[in-house]
Design a protein around this ligand. Sequence first.
Ligand SMILES: NC(=O)c1ccc[n+]([C@@H]2O[C@H](COP(=O)([O-])OP(=O)(O)OC[C@H]3O[C@@H](n4cnc5c(N)ncnc54)[C@H](OP(=O)(O)O)[C@@H]3O)[C@@H](O)[C@H]2O)c1
Length: 289
Amino acid sequence: MHPSRILITGVTGQLGREFLDYTKTNRDITWRLLGPEELNITNPVAVQEEVAKFKPDVFINCAAYTAVDNAEEEFEAAENVNHHAVRTMAESCKEVGAKFVHISTDYVFNGKAEDQKKYPEGYPEDAPVDPVNKYGLSKLNGEKAIQDSGSDYLIIRVSWLCGKYGHNFVKSMLKHGAERDELKVVNDQFGSPTYTADLVDATFKILNARESGIYHISSSGMITWHEFATEIISSAGLKAKVTPITSDQWPMKAKRPFFSKLNNGKFEKKFKTKYDWKSGLRKLLDEIT
Ligand SMILES: NC(=O)c1ccc[n+]([C@@H]2O[C@H](COP(=O)([O-])OP(=O)(O)OC[C@H]3O[C@@H](n4cnc5c(N)ncnc54)[C@H](OP(=O)(O)O)[C@@H]3O)[C@@H](O)[C@H]2O)c1
């Protein structure tokens, strides 16, 4: 049986807006679509009341604290949204028997260079977690709270999220590539993008199959940010030179994992679906350029 009543939070964000587009194509489902003004997920009473009143059979949380660098100094704010609020949502779902769908991140992993040798296809769902920054820690704490809540849950870890809405790497490369002659981009961090349209597709494939647990969803293949930028600039017909640099040459407040490729094997085998990073990029560029 497919879900029939779905509540989605954070519908004003990059991913939330992609889900919002999907809801317009599917009228068989009764949707409850809430941005931060309608539901502040850090208000436990509001969350409990909303869930008790609407009684969703699936609750998809797209709301998150995503300011990776600021989280180093605002850990409490990150924890409130990515951990404590997530616990309340998962517990509220348990109360009404709803499945809780939550989006997590490659940043739950350590990403040290040795792990690339250990996991040549990327981190599998059951690889040991060990975040290197506060944002990653708050997301991991959220995952643990969900697992402790006793709810039926689906945690989808994604990496390098890019879509037509909001801010992301593809959009900043297009912007800077049009304004500058040269872009310097790190070439020692390895991973793979997750396109928001692919993530929505994957989420409903998993939901319709009534699967639970943890799934990794990203594009197949492994690239560096520099390779990704080079493809973005050339596919968009821009002339800027893309120069490789090391992470040391681009210091940021929060440490980044060097290796954050997610292994999608579990999803790819079960659903016979692969998302290719170059064709995902072409589709995205068609939509935004
Ligand atoms: N972006 C990436 O590269 C990446 C990578 C891996 C995983 N992820 C995960 O993917 C998910 C979606 O990310 P995204 O890129 O769509 O993030 P986003 O664009 O920053 O959207 C997050 C949304 O959450 C809302 N929000 C924040 N605090 C809230 C609160 N207290 N109550 C209700 N809503 C609140 C934000 O509203 P305001 O803007 O008004 O605050 C925003 O609409 C997140 O779980 C993120 O951790 C992202």
